[in-house]
Write a protein that binds this ligand. Structure first.
Ligand SMILES: [Zn+2]
Length: 231
């Protein structure tokens, strides 16, 4: 614990501000002030079966639970925070949002039985360019609160897919359907796995990766994202 005076001194030389409203913050680990934290658009449906995330995958992917912690809206605070995580190397934001998601999972009691978190992999080229996989950082934050271990590098993305944003749902599926392989499927057999990503839009990429995991004998699957774009 850093003494208050030292915190003040740090703030003087290395000021740290709330990403929501710009007010000065002493605790460098927090990206938001308490009042901006309270305005984040939480979905609060972790404990509810047949919630909107689970309904997205009906008839597409046989999942046993699904959840997103936040609603995503263009130009909203969650969009700004995820942008910081994805494009500005701000891993502390990913850990912080992962921690909040982890709390919700613990309290929902629907995710306690899972054996491992699987971050949705990036293609090696993209990973090289960005330097990190944001889904792995989110998983680290979730694992800190839930104790569910993270399995990295077993699932691989073998196709470099172009941007999905301007494609229809069918085009998105064509774009990603053969993109994933599991290097060592035997090590995942008979496990309950949660596949984790940053934002859920149509779910095409999660569906493509999840369907590969469900081919492994005995695997049950959950889907989890920080945010859900419902418009
Ligand atoms: Zn604020």
């Amino acid at each position: 614990m850093i003494p208050f005076a030292l915190n003040e001194l740090c703030h003087l030389f290395f000021p740290h501000y709330c990403h929501g409203c710009g007010v000065g913050l002493y605790d460098r680990k927090l990206p938001l002030c308490a009042s901006c934290l309270n305005t984040l658009p939480r979905t609060q449906f972790a404990a509810i079966p047949n919630n909107p995330i689970e309904r997205i995958f009906i008839g597409r992917l046989n999942i046993i639970a699904g959840f997103s912690e936040f609603y995503f809206s263009k130009s909203g605070l969650i969009q700004a925070l995820i942008h910081q995580l994805k494009y500005h190397h701000n891993s502390s934001i990913g850990i912080f949002l992962g921690n909040l998601t982890g709390y919700s999972l613990l309290h929902s009691k629907r995710f306690n039985q899972f054996d491992a978190l699987i971050p949705l992999p990036l293609h090696t080229d993209k990973m090289y360019k960005r330097g990190y996989n944001q889904a792995e950082i989110i998983c680290t934050g979730i694992a800190e609160k839930t104790g569910i271990p993270v399995i990295k590098n077993n699932v691989q993305r073998i196709r470099y897919t172009s941007t999905q944003t301007k494609k229809t749902r069918i085009e998105r599926w064509e774009n990603v359907k053969d993109s994933f392989v599991v290097k060592n499927p035997a090590s995942l057999a008979y496990k309950k796995l949660i596949l984790v990503d940053d934002v859920l839009t149509t779910g095409a990429t999660l569906e493509a990766c999840g369907s590969v995991l469900l081919k492994i004998p005995g695997v049950s699957l959950g889907i989890l994202t920080l945010a859900y774009a419902n418009k």
